[in-house]
Design a protein around this ligand. Structure first.
Ligand SMILES: [Zn+2]
Length: 197
């Protein structure tokens, strides 16, 4: 398969690394003149979410959650995770982003980079900084590789801040998710489907 992928990549003018990532997919779409994946929806801002009137509804409403089966094995505190519970409005994006991560990195690299270490999604609690409710209270935030990306770790100490994780973030960002690490250089484990402002 790989030589074929490389030939296609050469043809569409991207690096011929044999990996079908977001850049290759978008170059193929352009070459074939088919519409690219629609732009990510403009998710509400955090303050809109906290008002409780956004599409995500009120916090702590478990009826709005749904289960997503991860396309590659995830571990939560060392135990395999069969499904993760997220807000139904982001479920397809979470599933698709994880599929893209698998296509880009492959299982071995996912494991090496700790992208299979799941830190949780829905949790009715305030932010780690205290005070306001966390986006986790709506099931619209996910944490990954929590031990190597503790709240106060900055780049380059936080493992998810490293260059190998660039594609990880590009994939999530293409679905409109926001990384606190990329935006504010703390809490690198965290991504959320709400804009900061
Ligand atoms: Zn978080």
């Amino acid at each position: 398969m790989k030589p074929t992928i490389r030939r296609i990549q050469q043809k569409v003018g991207v690096t011929a690394d044999g990996i079908i990532g977001p850049r290759t997919l978008s170059a193929i779409s352009r070459a074939l003149r088919i519409p690219e994946t629609p732009p990510a929806p403009a998710w509400p801002t955090q303050s809109e979410v906290r008002r409780g009137t956004s599409r995500f509804g009120r916090p702590g409403n478990e009826e709005l959650l749904t289960s997503v089966t991860p396309p590659y094995p995830l571990l939560y505190e060392g135990s395999p995770v069969r499904s993760i519970r997220v807000h139904s409005a982001i479920a397809l994006h979470v599933q698709q982003a994880l599929r893209e991560v698998l296509a880009h990195y492959g299982a071995e690299e996912i494991h090496r980079l700790g992208l299979d270490l799941y830190g949780g999604c829905y949790n009715y609690r305030p932010t780690s900084g205290g005070g306001a409710l966390s986006m986790h209270a709506w099931g619209i935030a996910l944490d990954f590789s929590p031990d190597a990306n503790a709240y106060s770790y900055q780049s380059p100490r936080a493992s998810l801040s490293r260059p190998e994780c660039e594609a990880w973030w590009q994939i999530w960002e293409s679905h409109g998710a926001v990384s606190l690490g990329r935006e504010r250089n703390y809490d690198w484990m965290h991504l959320q489907f709400a804009r900061l402002s």
